[in-house]
Design a protein around this ligand. Structure first.
Ligand code: ADP
Length: 269
């Protein structure tokens, strides 16, 4: 730990200044520690696919020249592991950008329901393991980067299917509540405890390593979702009950509301 400035006695202004400087030092230190942890976790994650690739290369050298099946199998594994590694690196690069304003974005007016509808249709086509339900309220617009928002919503849907049994339901909702747009994904899966719910958005945080290893997760998905939502001045809410299910909602500021004629005005017409 680095040194903190001793608080001088007597003069109020100097005391305040010292407190502020010490507070700044605390924050700098925390941020530095976080950065260090990120680098060490990232290298750890990258070592696994590298070890696998090396392992298969060694198998090819030993037996691949005489056994064509072993050769093909090993090459396939190397290709798929390289893909995993590239995926991981892309995620790491996204998260490593300390200043989120440096992320390349293209903000446009998005019709939220239309976007969610499209994602729902794509999901039904690509994912046969679950039943996906779509519920939408009044139309509303949000200002945002469509590719990034889609990525965030898809990550939530993927988690909903990863952490629930096949053939269960996943509910995709899009509606306006309290003047904000809400896109939420609910599953009937394993659930998240209150304690874990506070931490799942941390980089590399996985609830149960033995369980999540089987799903091949990295613990980066939700950290990326959080980043994307922050980039849109939004918030994330988690509602979950162990063994019953989880609902994760992305709450976004609305850029344009539909004109709603209230009942009385309608009657007057
Ligand atoms: P991972 O790659 O491990 O899925 P994420 O950042 O997407 O990483 O999620 C972090 C952890 O949060 C997961 O490992 C999992 O334990 C938990 N989690 C995320 N979504 C859900 C969900 N819908 N239901 C239960 N647990 C979840």
């Amino acid at each position: 730990l680095s040194k903190r400035i001793e608080i001088p006695k007597g003069e109020d202004e100097l005391q305040n200044l010292t407190l502020i400087i010490n507070e700044m030092l605390d924050r700098l230190e925390t941020s530095f520690e976080n950065q260090k942890k990120f680098v060490s976790d990232a290298s750890h994650e990258l070592r696994t696919p590298l070890a696998i690739i090396k392992g298969y290369a060694e198998i090819i050298r030993k037996r691949g020249t005489t056994d064509i099946d072993i050769f093909v199998e090993s090459i396939d594994s190397i290709i798929s592991e390289t893909d995993n590694m590239r995926n991981l690196i892309q995620k790491l690069l996204f998260l490593a950008k300390g200043d989120i304003t440096k992320i390349n974005t293209k903000f446009i007016d998005i019709d939220a329901n239309e976007m969610v509808h499209q994602i729902h249709s794509d999901t039904i086509v690509s994912t046969k393991t679950h039943t996906f339900h779509l519920e939408m309220g009044e139309d509303y617009k949000i200002k945002g980067d469509e590719t990034l928002l889609q990525q965030a919503i898809r990550a939530l849907i993927e988690n909903a299917t990863k952490y629930s049994e096949p053939n269960t339901n996943v509910y995709i909702k899009s509606f306006v509540k309290d003047g904000f747009g809400r896109i939420s994904i609910r599953d009937e899966g394993v659930g998240i405890s209150e304690e874990d719910a506070k931490r799942i958005f941390e980089r590399f945080y996985r609830v149960d390593l033995s369980r999540t290893k089987a799903t091949g997760g990295t613990g980066l998905g939700l950290a990326i979702v959080k980043r994307i939502v922050e980039l849109h001045n939004g918030k994330i809410e988690v509602n979950s009950k162990m063994n019953e299910g989880t609902e994760i909602s992305i709450i976004l500021p609305i850029s344009a509301k539909p004109i709603v004629i209230n009942q009385k005005e309608k009657e007057k017409e």
